[in-house]
Structure formats: C-alpha cells, structure tokens
Design a binder for this molecule. Structure first.
Ligand code: FEO
Length: 397
C-alpha cells in the first residue's frame, strides 16, 4: 500500500494483503483480499496507531521510514490484540524498545500472552486522554467489539475516529477512501464483515454506538483497520451498523439445503417458487457448493430462513449440520424459520433442524415438511404451498 497523508501530519502506513483468501483459520473467505491499516501521527510525540499482521512487519516499517525513521516512534496505540493488528509489534519494539504502548487492561494481558514482551505499557480507560503535542488522543474502551480488549481511539483536533475492526471491510485496494472504490464491492464487504464477525454482538455494538453518539464528538473521518476510510458522510456506515445491530430485515428469504439424491433439492426449488409467488426476494444455496461466508452475508438482512436436508443416519447431512452449528452462535433475532427434507424409511433431519433453529432463537413459522423418497406431483404442490405460506408469514399475513 502506498503511504498516504490522509490529514496533515497523519499518514496511512498499513499494508495490502492482496492474496489472503481465508481469514481466521478458514472461517472467513476473503475473495477480495484485505488490508491491515496502521496510522502514523507526526507530532511532538510520534505515534503509531496499531501495527499489521506479522508477516508484513518489514513492509510496515518500510512505510514508516518513508515518513520518519522508525526509531523516532514514541508511542504505539494498541487498539486490539488480535494478531492481524499486533503481529508486527515485536519487530517494531526491537527498534524502539523505549516506546510506550497504550491499550486497555485486557489488551495488556493479551499482548503479554501472545508475545511475552517486557514492554512499557500504559493502561487506558474510556475518557482517558493522551497529549501528543498539537494533537491529543481520547480512548474509548469497546469490549466485545469484537474482543474483550477492543478499543477505539479518537483524535479530537482532527475529528478522526480510529475504531480498529469496527466499520471495516476485507477489501484489498490501493485506494484509501470509501468514495474512491466500487460502492457495490464496498457495501458487499462491509455487510460480509458485520455478518460473519459482529452479528452475535449486535446488542453490545448498539450500546457502544449510542455511547459514542452521546459523547457528542464530531466525527469527520472514520479510519478502520481493514479496508477503506470513510471520509464522505461517515455517519452512513454508523447508521448501517445500527440497522444491522437492531436486526432490521427485508422481505427476503434465504433457503439453504443439502440433498443426497436430489429429492430435497426438488423440494427446495418448488418451495422457492412458492415464496416468489408472493413477490419476495429469494436466495437459494446448496451448502455443499457454496461459500459459507457469502451465505451468511445474504442472511444478514433476510427476514426468513428455510433449511432443508435429506435424512441420513436419522440426522442432518454433515455440511448443512456444520453450517447450522456455525450460525447457531449468531443468535439471529427477529427472524422466521422453517425446515424441510426427504427421507427413506425413518426421518429425523427436519426435526433436528427445528431443534437447532429454536436453540438459535429463531421462531418457527410452520411445522417442518417431509417427503418420503422422491416428491411426486402432490408433494411438489405441498412444497409450493409451504413456500407460499412461509412468504405470507414473512409479510405478516
Ligand atoms: Fe482485524 Fe479482530 O482483528
């Protein structure tokens, strides 16, 4: 990533990871790559906000050197322990062993447990201020947005909020600002980021956003630690987060299924015909060939989820079972769900899906629909009606 002065004396010095395709140990696919953003403030105290993923430490230091010798760094703000932001810290600290790191108490513990560095660390709390010279920093603890150590850093003189992971996107690009990139890709990645990482934390996020808005601090720029910087109308991404955190939905249904010999698939296709008959937007995924990260993104604003599986060994087919286990942790609120599937001699999958849906906090809109072996004409008519009735429930009828 080219070094860029985003404000007078404040530089973007992070790196682009063009080729990363799996994040978080293969739980998140990053088809557009990502960036690890870090910001350098040149003032009486030279301050680095976050670092980057460890393998990119040399590139980060080269970027800093384009502005100032690394040895001149006085302060490092560690907004978040996770290694994509702290991984380069040990290498930097070798060059600036006297630099002081600031972060939350949880951050101090986390950094120690990751790197065992004997570093000067200043614990900060919400409202604490750090004078840099002409500028200052104010800290806002943000526990569980999305780790216990997470923190936002705000520079009041520049009206600049650096919230680390929050408001970020996994989007590799040399352009540094949201208004310079394809808006479809931008919002697609912002939604994917929220749904796959932050969805279960909606209540905490809402509270944190309310707390920040109540501080009445002007925010001209939001500079997250992944993706591009929001400088034009930055409130738009805050508003979107509020909507997602409130579980606001659209009249949309996502149907996810796994089929053994095609019977459940036939049912799925007929069910969505019924949903479409009522004019709802539909997305259909065979989970065995689908990108789980993308499916979750499509679910973020959908009011209805329908899951289908053939029964195998009295239970759900394994790929769908894994997916359901994954989304169960999201505890999606304000959604309706239903299940369906085919079976041979003894069912089981449909009931198990319903049990998981209830555990996830989903409201079942109908009793699950089962078909023996292959659906005939009458069965397919029932599938159509099943989909249509589900859509009517979504519409509140
Ligand atoms: Fe981008 Fe929670 O790390």
């Amino acid at each position: 990533m080219a070094v860029l002065e985003i404000l007078p004396g404040i530089y973007s010095v992070g790196v682009v990871d063009w080729n990363v395709r799996n994040f978080h140990g293969h739980t998140y696919t990053t088809k557009r790559g990502t960036t690890y953003n870090a910001y350098l403030i040149i003032d009486e105290k030279v301050t680095l906000i976050d670092t980057v993923y460890g393998p990119f430490a040399a590139e980060l230091m080269e970027n800093i050197r384009q502005v100032i010798p690394v040895e001149k760094v006085d302060y490092i703000i560690a907004n978040h322990v996770e290694t994509d932001h702290s991984g380069a810290l040990p290498e930097i600290m070798k060059l600036v062993p006297k630099a002081k790191i600031f972060g939350t108490k949880n951050c101090q513990e986390g950094l120690y447990r990751y790197y065992y560095g004997d570093w000067d660390f200043g614990i900060v709390k919400t409202g604490d201020k750090l004078k840099l010279g002409k500028r200052s920093l104010t800290f806002i603890e943000a526990p569980m947005v999305h780790w216990p150590d997470s923190m936002f850093t705000y520079c009041p003189e520049e009206e600049l909020l650096m919230p680390n992971d929050a408001f970020g996107q996994h989007l590799a690009t040399n352009e540094r600002f949201a208004d310079q990139v394809d808006p479809c890709a931008l919002w697609d990645e912002a939604a994917k980021y929220y749904s796959n990482i932050l969805w279960p934390l909606g209540a905490v996020i809402l509270k944190k956003i309310e707390e920040v808005l109540k501080l009445n601090i002007p925010i001209k720029i939001i500079a997250p630690s992944h993706g591009v910087i929001w400088r034009k109308d930055p409130i738009q991404i805050i508003n979107k987060y509020v909507s997602w955190a409130k579980n606001e939905t659209l009249a949309k249904v996502v149907l996810v299924y796994e089929s053994m010999w095609g019977a459940t698939e036939k049912m799925a296709r007929k069910i969505i015909e019924g949903v479409q008959k009522e004019g709802l937007s539909v997305k259909l995924f065979d989970i065995t060939g689908s990108d789980r990260t993308e499916v979750v993104k499509e679910m973020l604003e959908a009011k209805g989820f329908i899951f289908g599986s053939s029964t195998h060994d009295n239970g759900i087919l394994t790929t769908l079972a894994g997916f359901l286990e994954f989304i169960k942790g999201f505890k999606p609120k304000n959604r309706l769900a239903a299940s369906f599937g085919s079976y041979g001699w003894a069912g089981g999958a449909v009931k198990q899906i319903e049990d998981i849906a209830k555990e996830a906090g989903l409201e079942l809109a109908a009793t699950g629909l089962q078909v023996k072996y292959m659906p005939d004409k009458d069965d397919l008519e029932k599938c159509f009606e099943f989909g249509r009735n589900f859509a009517l429930k979504i519409k509140g009828k």
